[in-house]
Design a protein around this ligand. Structure first.
Ligand code: CO8
Length: 372
């Protein structure tokens, strides 16, 4: 079977950013207005006043300082607190398609490819803006790639799961070159009025090109192995779906947006991620001492410090577990790929690293890469 090579990555970063202070200011204006509106019930002890949010808590608990978003104005309007992303005519590219095409072209440049070299497109992310036609088929159309295209969703682990699917297809000969893209508009399914999570997510899109070694035009990174793991949990959940309209009683309820039990996720996922990376390396005959990078999912700084410490058996140096969540926040499946895209340049041939995502499902995906 042929070797699979990662020859290019690409990134689309939305033009606007929101700092913690900006987000918290808006949240607290809304909290004060709500408390004023409910003044009588609060005074009568029937309602608890809503607590305010705080930038210092956000940075300490998560490591996040800022996030890029598709629409800043709508999110920071206390009367609205969600992005305004106007509907488009069916003849125009959809928003996710547009993000994906930009990131894909960036990746094609690195891989020295043009769209007509690609055999298949996978759009892998936490939420598609419509059920059908698949966003991937639209991306195929607007890029001008041939072959096939399909969508898949494994929440935050969508990219690594997509990379395993693409690798397996290339190894088995059903495609020679695959584009895998992750257009994440997390702000579209985040409840900006939930104090526990309003700061967690941002928007971005990443793209990865995988090729069979015999057609690759650049050295790139050899995919030494991929491994996936899932185990059902309700600790990260979103109940939005096509059956909502058949159950009117639930329309507009909190569970139709992102909800999580962050503490439990932290506790339950970290040891499992460290175990997976360690076992995956061991089974691939790669000593941990040979690993110079962990490009981890970007949800929480303390989580990544704990995982890398468990894997390395010591604190990781900053360059060994690069952080982008301070600037981007959690961009779901795009996060670990952004870390790779921004922190894999100039590494020597033979350097090894693990790209690893984790999140809802629960789901974990690890991809071992070796620089050629
Ligand atoms: N401001 C001030 N105080 C706050 C705030 C706030 N905004 N929020 C909570 N607090 C308070 C709480 O009330 C609590 O107070 P008290 O101790 O008096 O009860 C205190 O701070 C501590 O609260 P927590 O225990 O909740 O705080 P943590 O230290 O656990 O930090 C985190 C919260 C940051 C959420 C942390 O638990 C975390 O990051 N956990 C891991 C989460 C994770 O990795 N999730 C993965 C989800 S992503 C995924 O799978 C993809 C889903 C699909 C994408 C969805 C897009 C929208």
């Amino acid at each position: 079977m042929t070797d699979v090579i990662l020859t290019g990555t690409g990134l689309y970063t939305p033009p606007s950013a929101i700092t913690n202070d900006e987000l918290v200011t808006c949240f607290n204006i809304w909290v004060r207005a709500e408390n004023k509106r409910n003044h009588a019930a609060i005074e009568a002890g029937e309602n608890q006043p809503l607590p305010e949010s705080c930038s210092a808590f956000i940075e300490k608990a998560s490591g996040i300082r800022s996030r890029y978003v598709m629409d800043k104005e709508g999110i920071l309007d206390p009367e609205r607190m969600l992005p305004r992303i106007p509907e488009r005519n069916n003849d125009e590219p959809s928003v996710q398609c547009e993000m994906a095409v930009t990131a894909a072209k960036d990746a094609f440049g690195q891989a020295r490819l043009s769209a007509d070299d690609i055999d298949g497109v996978i759009v892998a992310c936490s939420n598609m803006q419509r059920p059908y036609p698949a966003v991937a088929v639209e991306v195929q159309h607007f890029l001008g790639t041939s072959g096939f295209a399909f969508d898949m969703n494994v929440a935050c682990s969508s990219a690594t799961f997509g990379l395993q699917v693409a690798s397996d297809m290339i190894r088995s000969g059903s495609a020679r070159r695959i584009l895998m893209v992750n257009p994440e508009i997390c702000t579209g399914h985040l409840n900006f009025r939930d104090r526990d999570s309003h700061f967690i997510f941002g928007d971005a899109c990443t793209a990865v090109v995988l090729e069979s070694a015999d057609v690759a035009r650049t050295e790139g990174w050899k995919v030494r192995g991929t491994r996936l793991w899932t185990s059902f949990s309700n600790n990260i959940r979103n109940n939005a779906g096509f059956l909502n309209r058949a159950a009117e009683e639930g329309l507009g309820a909190r569970d139709k947006l992102f909800v999580q039990n962050g503490r439990k996720v932290f506790k339950e996922v970290c040891p499992q991620v460290a175990k997976q990376i360690t076992e995956h390396l061991g089974d691939s005959g790669i000593p941990v001492s040979d690993v110079s990078r962990l490009w981890l999912h970007q949800a929480n700084l303390a989580m990544n410090q704990l995982i890398s410490k468990k894997v390395f058996g010591r604190e990781a140096r900053p360059e060994e577990a690069p952080v982008i969540l301070d600037e981007y926040a959690n961009t779901s499946s795009a996060g670990s790929v952004i870390a790779f895209h921004k922190h894999s340049q100039g590494m020597k041939a033979g350097s090894k690293g693990v790209l690893c995502s984790f999140g809802a499902g629960y789901s974990i995906g690890s991809v071992i890469l070796e620089k050629r």
